[in-house]
Every structure is written in C-alpha cells, then in structure tokens.
Design a protein around this ligand. Structure first.
Ligand code: DGY
Length: 431
C-alpha cells in the first residue's frame, strides 16, 4: 500500500473516533478520554488539524483535579457500557475532585513532550502560555504527592497508572495482595475483545479491589502512600516524566519563565535513577517495589524506555541493545516470534503472544524504542523496527496490539494512537 493511502486511513481512524470534543482511543472498547492516549492523538492530529489537536489537549485538561493530578480517564460521554464507570470510582469522596467525572488515578505524563514536539514544528506561543500552568501543576503533584521516599522518583499506586496494565512485572505483587472482599462488579472489557487477549481474572479482580481501597481512603495522597497495597517506582513512568520535565523546562524557557523548580526535579531524578533501577550484572533496568523494598526482576520492553529519555550512558545503551534487544532469546526474531518488539522478553515464563501487555507488539512501545535508538545513534536497528511496524499496520490495520508471531491484530479495532503514531513515524528522518 502506498504511503498516501496509509496516511489517509490513519486520518479516517482519528476522524471516526472524534466525538467533536475528545477522541476515543477505540470506538467500542474505550469510549471516553484516556490521558496518554489523548496526548498521542493530539500529536497525530497536529499533522493535519492543529486547532483540533489543541482542543484535544484542552478537553483532557478539563478533567484536572484541584491538587494538579491529571486523571487517567475523563468521562465526557456517559452513560456507556464501559466499566469501571464514574459511579464506581466515587471521586466525590475527595475534596480535590474536579467538577467533571473522572477516574481517581493518573497515567504516564506524556503530555508536555507532545506539546513541545508540536510547538517545535508549529510555534503556538499563546497556546503554550495557556496550558503551561496546568502541566506544571500536574508535574508538581507528581514530584510531591507521588514522591514516596524523597528520592524525586514518582511512584504508581495501580497497574493502570503504569499504562502497561497487566504487564507480568505486576503479577507477583498483585498475587501477594489478598483482598478481604472484592466489590461486586461485571467486567466490560471482555465484551468487545476475546478474553484471551485481556488480563487474567486474578489480576483483574485486584485492579478492582485497589480502586475500592482508594475510594475508601477518599483519595487522600497521604493515606494512599501509607496504605496502598501496590506501591511501585516504574522505569517507564519515570523515564517519560524525566523527558517531560525537560520538555516542560524548554517550554518555560521559551516563555522567559523561571526554571529553578524544574531543574530541582531533574537533578534529583538524575542522581537517583541508576542507583534505583539499573542492574549492572544483567545490564537491564528493573522497576522497584517500595512495599517489599526490592527490584522487580522481570524482563520487559519497559527496560528500553530510559533510552527515550536520554538517561543511559553510551555504555549502558550499548548493553541494552546488544545484550537484550538483539538477543533472539529475548526481543529479536527467533522461532515463532517474527515481529519487533515483543512487550515481554521471550524467555520470561509469563510471555503470552496475544495477551494485552504479556507479549504482543504495541505501536506506542515501538515508537518509544525507535526514538530512543535514534537518540543513541542505533539508526539501523531503529529503521528495522520502523519498517516492521509499518508492515504490521499495512497488513493488519490500526489495531491496539499485534500477535508477535503472525502480526495478526488483537484488542480494539480502529485504535487511535496506532493511527496517530503512523502519522508521526512517517514524519521521522528516514521519510
Ligand atoms: C482498561 O479498562 O483496561 C483500561 O486500560 C484501564 O484504564
């Protein structure tokens, strides 16, 4: 298929999911506004409709909590068959809740990076002036309400905050949580997508149980840090935050605003990132479980996210690529694995080629990895992943994720960020 018709198809997916105010991540499975999805949607829209991209960002920010948290979902269009619905979250138990229905948790802070990427291509100083305070407010919240041990690294309280919802990194942690009682609920996620492509029941029950814990604690940050059974410092989340802090800083400099506060955030992360996450013996980054005080030694593609943020040294980057990304037992093609980049290393016993974050290819992870590889000069590997990514979309359409064996589509159909990132990938240097 020609590049032009791929672009046309991507634009029609974004138009299909456009409600006029926000863009659904997927037409049936995800009928509300998700935080990092929306940031990427804005990036995609900026390639052909800048005012609509700005509206997407404004709609997302309309869900911001009074304390600065930007929630994982803003429910603009209720009712729907999506679960958990606003009634389940009960955010009105918090004095910080906004006047619109949202979830009570956040998601990886990709927004400032997207806003800077757009602004660098299409300068929009008035818009930056408008949205910078809200983004600063969110980052300040992440660096305070979510700084559990004073190291400057943000923590997450729920697997859904990681964006990689049922990653096998969370499996043992969730299994260790023994709910006294799980509230009654009916899963909505397996109505539109086959159960074998969605999280296992044991994990899903704990996702819901955690929400019950949070709503009973009235979403008080102090209480959550003290009592959430799940408390993790995640490399993907912190890599995205570090890069977004740098991008926020650049936007503030552009407006002639002071940056001392952001500089403080950046330097604290720089001094603690490696000590907390890098495993020198294995040459991998691992998340950290704050409850047990130990690294989560599960090898997943999140380990490559620090490249996206420019955090590894050249030597660390070399090890990540040579010893892991190119190793056929882990991420490179081998046996039945024929596509880049499986989200969980092939050698992990929890690897599953079609299930959500257990193995399939995700366009967002490939984009992070491609960007990271280019940043460190691994242009050939980046190009190979980019070509495979385009091939997957061409063969199977704009799906939520793809089976790493045959590239067949999984999860939601007509998935917005897959379309948005196609537009972004085609703008990259090799095209
Ligand atoms: C879901 O419903 O699985 C979402 O990913 C949670 O945000």
């Amino acid at each position: 298929m020609s590049t032009t018709s791929l672009v046309d198809r991507a634009i029609s997916v974004l138009r299909l999911n456009d409600t006029g105010v926000f863009t659904k991540p997927g037409p049936h499975q995800y009928p509300h506004q998700w935080n990092w999805d929306s940031a990427l949607v804005a990036l995609g829209l900026s390639h052909f409709d800048l005012p609509r991209a700005q509206l997407e960002i404004r709609s997302l920010l309309s869900g911001q909590w009074r304390d600065g948290m930007l929630p994982s979902v803003v429910y603009h269009s209720v009712p729907s068959d999506y679960f958990p619905n606003p009634e389940f979250w009960q955010i009105e138990s918090s004095p910080n809740a906004p006047g619109v229905p949202t979830t009570g948790i956040t998601q990886p802070p990709l927004l400032a990076t997207v806003v800077r990427l757009i602004h660098d291509r299409h300068p929009m100083p008035d818009f930056i002036q408008e949205v910078l305070p809200a983004m600063l407010h969110w980052h300040r919240w992440l660096h305070t309400a979510r700084d559990a041990d004073g190291r400057g690294l943000a923590c997450i309280l729920h697997p859904w905050e990681s964006g990689t919802d049922d990653s096998p990194r969370w499996r043992h942690l969730l299994a260790a949580i023994q709910p006294e009682a799980v509230p009654e609920f009916q899963r909505g996620d397996t109505k539109h997508v086959p159960a074998l492509e969605r999280p296992h029941r044991a994990e899903y029950e704990r996702f819901i149980y955690l929400i019950d814990v949070f709503r009973k604690l009235g979403y008080s940050h102090r209480e959550l840090l003290a009592h959430s059974p799940f408390l993790v410092q995640d490399i993907l989340f912190n890599s995205i935050l570090f890069r977004a802090d740098e991008d926020l800083r650049a936007l503030a400099v552009g407006l002639g605003q002071p940056t001392a506060e952001i500089d403080g955030w950046l330097s604290r992360v720089l001094s603690n990132f490696d000590a907390r996450f890098w495993d020198e013996g294995l040459g991998l980054y691992f998340d950290y479980d704050l409850r047990s005080g130990s690294p989560i030694r599960v090898n997943t593609a999140s380990t490559f996210l620090p490249l996206f943020a420019g955090l590894p040294s050249k030597k660390q980057a070399q090890r990540l690529v040579q010893e892991h990304l190119l190793d056929p037992n882990e991420y490179a093609f081998s046996g039945d694995v024929r596509h880049w980049v499986t989200t969980t290393a092939r050698l992990e016993p929890t690897w599953e080629p079609r299930r959500y974050w257990r193995g399939p290819v995700w366009i967002i992870m490939n984009w992070f990895i491609i960007e990271g590889l280019r940043r460190y000069g691994f242009d050939d590997v980046a190009e190979a992943i980019q070509q495979d990514t385009l091939g997957l979309i061409e063969a199977s359409g704009f799906r939520e994720y793809y089976d790493v064996r045959d590239g067949s589509g999984c999860g939601s159909v007509d998935f917005s960020w897959s379309a948005a990132l196609l537009l972004e990938l085609l703008k990259s240097p090799s095209h």
